[in-house]
Write a protein that binds this ligand. Structure first.
Ligand SMILES: [Zn+2]
Length: 83
């Protein structure tokens, strides 16, 4: 039947790509922003609400959402929570 399976259903795509603000694992507010500093090769992920902040090495293959994932991981690790 030639149906393509790998396509996701998302059809309505606004001009913006992926949202760059995420939910904070500590305070729960959607105020986590990812700022990529290509010049210095640093990515800072910061919660605007509780000021939780981690920095990561910039890597081209990563999307902001990946840094957010690392951010959550780092937080979880620090808190010693096992998910
Ligand atoms: Zn927060």
């Amino acid at each position: 039947m030639g149906r393509r399976k790998s396509r996701r259903k998302i059809r309505l795509r606004p001009k913006k790509k992926i949202p760059s603000v995420f939910q904070c694992p500590r305070c729960g507010v959607t105020a986590v922003s990812v700022s990529i500093d290509r010049k210095n090769g640093v990515v800072a992920v910061t919660c605007g609400a509780c000021k939780l902040r981690y920095t990561f090495e910039y890597q081209e293959i990563y999307q902001p959402v990946d840094y957010y994932g690392k951010f959550v991981d780092a937080f979880v690790e620090e808190m010693g929570i096992s998910v």
